[in-house]
Design a protein around this ligand. Structure first.
Ligand SMILES: [Zn+2]
Length: 245
């Protein structure tokens, strides 16, 4: 039991930063003839229209069905996200457990983490089935948000089964000992994300419900650390919560 739980969060293993892998830019060769060019262009336009239509359908479907049908497994599609604008990068399925939240488990906590490393290394370990831990989201220094596990599902991030089941976990790129890693862009982006999560599940915006990993019962983790500015963060979450956009 204890071993299983320990395996559910080894966030400390995120220690080594690694160079970000070069992204494949997909340089296409120029088509050799006019017909090919037209065909390719038509294909691209058709694809874009299809992508937009799928996006609209998915959003509509999410709004209607996502968590409102009790006892029915929600439809899920590869790449579907819970937070508009997030980048989807799937975590290894070994690092989370399929669930049907908030119908099977109520969600009443947001748990704040710090990765103890860079963004790329956090993504890498969350994709590693041997890691045994991952959070729903990672917020980068530049404010970009990546989602790696659906909020429907239980992510292994808190090192405490009950708290995993009741929470959404947000990782922040950087080190506990280096609060300068926590940029204004990061605080602002994370606060908007937390505000949306709180709004969706009716979670009160306060320090009882928005907590650090360090505050999870039984944890030996210290993140987000003394350098995390809770006062500023809560103020930003409150501001984002009252913004009507
Ligand atoms: Zn943590």
């Amino acid at each position: 039991m204890k071993e299983t739980q320990a395996r559910q969060d080894t966030g400390r293993g995120l220690s080594q930063d690694v160079p970000r892998p070069l992204r494949s830019e997909g340089h296409g060769r120029a088509p050799r003839d006019g017909d090919r060019r037209i065909g390719r262009r038509a294909l691209l336009i058709g694809g874009a229209v299809a992508a937009v239509a799928t996006g609209v359908l998915a959003r509509d479907e999410l709004a209607r069905l996502w968590w409102r049908v009790p006892g029915v497994a929600k439809p899920r599609k590869e790449g579907e996200i819970d937070y508009a604008g997030a980048l989807w990068v799937a975590a290894s399925s070994a690092n989370w457990r399929m669930a049907d939240r908030p119908d099977d488990y109520g969600v009443d906590r947001v748990i704040i983490h710090v990765t103890q490393g860079g963004y790329a290394s956090a993504v890498k370990v969350f994709q590693d089935p041997a890691h045994g831990a991952a959070a729903h989201y990672i917020v980068r220094k530049d404010g970009r948000v990546t989602q790696m596990i659906r909020e429907l599902d239980v992510a292994f991030h808190a090192g405490n089964r009950e708290f995993n089941e009741r929470s959404v976990g947000i990782e922040h790129e950087g080190f506990v000992e280096k609060p300068e890693d926590f940029t204004d862009a990061m605080y602002a982006a994370s606060a908007r994300l937390t505000a949306r999560i709180c709004a969706r599940y009716g979670i009160p915006v306060d320090r009882e419900h928005i907590i650090g990993h360090v505050e999870v019962p039984g944890t030996d983790h210290t993140d987000p650390g003394e350098g995390w500015d809770w006062k500023k963060y809560l103020r930003l979450v409150e501001e984002a919560s009252t913004t009507t956009t």
